[in-house]
Structures are given as C-alpha cells and as structure tokens.
Design a protein around this ligand. Structure first.
Ligand code: RM4
Ligand code: MN
Ligand code: MN
Length: 398
C-alpha cells in the first residue's frame, strides 16, 4: 500500500471520481430461456425503473445515470424522449447510455446490420440512427451497441460479406454522431448464435471501431469471454491504444451468466481496476471510461442486488487505488516476482470498508446503503403498489 498520502485520502479521492451506471433492465422481470420467476416489486413501466434507479443513487451517491434500451424503454422512439426528460427531473437520475435494440424484431431472424436481407439491414441502420438522435436529444454521450448477429451452422453465412455490411452500418452511425458523442462496440463470443458471431471478440470490436472512426470505442462486458481469458490484459491493451470506451460489469462462472459483480471472482475485477490505475499513474492521463452494470437478477431482489453490486464495485475500486505503484514498478523492473505480486495481494487483502464508510459519512450518504434501504420502507411500498397492477408484463430477456 501507499504510505504517503494516507490510505484513506487515496480511497476518498478515488471514490470521488468513481461513477457507475445502472441498467434499466436490471430492475425489470427477466429470466432464463427456460422461464421467468416474477417478482412483485419488479419494475414494469419506465417510471418504475427510474424510481428504483433513483433510490439506488440516493443511497449510494455514485449512480447518477441509467442506461436505456430503446425498444424496452422508448418503444415509440424519439416520441418518448420528453417523457424521459420529465422522469429524469422527477427521480434525479439522468439517462445514460442509449442501447439500440436490433435483435428482437422478427425481421432480424438472420441478423440485423449483417443480415443478407437488405430490408433488415436498412431497418437496423435506421434504428441505429434514430438511437443516435435520441441520445443527442437527451444529451447522452454514448450509444452502446450490442448485436445478436451470427449464424448457427458452418457454411450458412458469408462471414466476410457480413463483416463488410457491418462496416457500412457502423460507418453510418458514426457519421450521425456529434463530435461529443461516442459509439461503444460490444463483443460476445457466442449466444444467441452458436457457430459464429459477427463481433465475437475484442479484436473484431477493435477493428470495427477503428474503421468506423475516432468516436468509436470498444465496450468490454466482463461476461463476454471464453473461460480463462485474461480480461485485464485486454483492458491494458485497449488503454494503450485509447480504445477502451466502457464496461458492462457482471460476474460469471460459466458463460454470460450476468451474476452480481464480484460474486464469483472479485480478484478479477480488482485486477481490471488495477490495470486502469496503473495506466493512469504511469501516463498521468485519466482514462475516460464509462463504468456500467449489465446484470440480470433473476432470483435476488433487484434493488438489493444493485446496491450490493455498487458497494462491491466501490470496494474493489478502492483496493485497486491503494496499490503502491512506485514499489510495483521497481519490483517489476528488477524481476522481483514475489515482491511485485505481493504489491497486488497486499492491496487486495486490505479491508477498505472503514475508509468507504468514512467517505460516505463525509458526503452525507448512508454508511450502510443496504441497511438504509431495508429500513427505508421503499421495498414494501413498491411491492404493495406494483402487485396491484397486472404483473404479467414481462419486459424482456436481458
Ligand atoms: C447481451 C449484452 C448486451 C445486452 C443484451 C440484452 O448479452 O450483454 O449488452 O444489452 O445482452
Ligand atoms: Mn452487455
Ligand atoms: Mn451479456
């Protein structure tokens, strides 16, 4: 750990600059492809999602934005933008990244931007452009792109042709963005397609983003890798090339499990944060990264799971902030392996919770957001209110 300045100050400084975005879909009823277990308190309408996000932000103070999925949250497209503005005022959370949806419509059965059907490609591009306009209207910086495109069987798709169609679609979106906006290209190795995915890994996302232009960056969803992949190395490489746009945080044991951050492997998230802090220390540059949550809480209470995630993210971020970089750099240069490794282990095993509680106290926030939530009566109130309305509205798989 760094001795000077004091550990508490380093942690407070790090937490002051740490913000994490909540996903609107994380408050809604979601499930697996086998079924959905509905929760009476789950949000169905967009105002309920804003209300829940506002509650998480009120308790944690670090979630000022909510990611929106266009089809789920703005089903009428641009026409829904003024309502979003009103909700942002009312619930004190701003809309964050805008997520186009080019995977649910029947038209997209064989793909969207990469579909052999010109009508599907045209519809997908039109939707991307509208999403950019919605983002502009709502003063949102990022359009966050995830495509379900791919194929299930060898020989059934022209992989190179689809790549070219993707380049066209992404170029069209890039041209529509203002200089202040960004497009984030997310990759995923499989699912829903099981043979090939058009943007399967970070290299493909990188090439697409590079080709699209300077407003395009890569989005790393921590659940979108093969088992054993060294994600922090990907992060280090993207940082070097100024191509890391943001994260979708979640944890996983097997595939794209969308479990709570740090529930399976907290050390991995720590290592990712460490690469970011180390980059910033070495270069003197602040990494411009959008931290976002992308989880699906099928069994846990949704608001509790979100508070748990935010708290865990703060803890792992704080631990990474107190790595002694000077000492680490010296140990690495000398190939003092045990000493270098110990720098990370020391920081990771430090109990940063007292410093985080102190930080919360000094910002007028509850020291124990989960306890405060449980005492607030919010869950009881929404459970009562929401169980009165038809509960059958299940918004989506996420
Ligand atoms: C994907 C990916 C995207 C999310 C969709 C619904 O697996 O993580 O970010 O928007 O699911
Ligand atoms: Mn994601
Ligand atoms: Mn995913």
């Amino acid at each position: 750990m760094k001795q000077n300045p004091k550990m508490e100050e380093i942690i407070a400084g790090a937490l002051d600059s740490f913000r994490i975005e909540l996903p609107s879909w994380g408050f809604a009823n979601t499930g697996t492809r086998f079924g959905k277990f509905l929760q009476p308190a789950a949000a169905a309408a967009i105002e309920e999602k804003f209300s829940d996000a506002g509650e998480v932000h009120r308790l944690t103070g670090v979630c000022p934005t909510i990611a929106l999925h266009v089809l789920w949250d703005l089903p009428d497209g641009m026409a829904g933008a003024s309502n979003i503005e009103a909700l942002a005022e009312q619930f004190r959370v701003r809309p964050g990244s805008i997520n186009p949806n080019v995977f649910q419509d029947q038209l997209y059965k064989y793909g969207s931007v990469g579909s052999p059907d010109p009508a599907a490609r045209a519809a997908a591009i039109a939707h991307l452009l509208e999403s950019a306009d919605i983002a502009k209207q709502l003063d949102c910086r990022d359009v966050s792109l995830w495509f379900a495109d791919g194929s299930n069987y060898p020989g059934t798709a022209n992989i190179r042709q689809r790549r070219a169609w993707f380049e066209e679609g992404l170029a069209a979106l890039h041209a529509r963005l203002t200089p202040a906006q960004r497009m984030l290209v997310e990759y995923k190795p499989f699912e829903p397609a099981f043979y090939h995915t058009d943007i399967a890994d970070w290299g493909m996302a990188f090439l697409f983003a590079k080709k699209a232009g300077p407003k395009a960056k890569v989005l790393v969803d921590t659940g979108h890798h093969y088992q054993g992949q060294n994600i922090e190395q990907i992060v280090a490489w993207l940082l070097t090339d100024d191509m890391l746009g943001g994260f979708h945080f979640n944890d996983r044991r097997y595939a794209d499990d969308d479990l709570t951050l740090g529930s399976i492997d907290p050390y991995q998230i720590f290592r990712i944060f460490h690469e970011i802090f180390y980059f910033e220390w070495e270069t003197g540059r602040r990494a411009d990264i959008a931290y976002m949550i992308d989880q699906s809480h099928n069994l846990k209470g949704k608001i509790e799971a979100m508070i748990q995630t935010v708290t865990t993210a703060q803890e792992l971020y704080a631990k990474a902030a107190i790595v002694d970089h000077e000492k680490l750099a010296v140990a690495q240069a000398k190939c003092a392996l045990v000493d270098a490794e110990t720098c990370l282990k020391e920081a990771f095993s430090t109990d940063v919770r007292p410093a985080i509680r102190e930080w919360a106290r000094s910002h007028g926030l509850p020291e124990d957001p989960m306890g405060a939530f449980r005492q607030s009566g919010y869950l009881e109130r929404i459970t009562e209110e929401r169980s009165k309305r038809a509960s059958a509205q299940v918004s989506s798989y996420a």
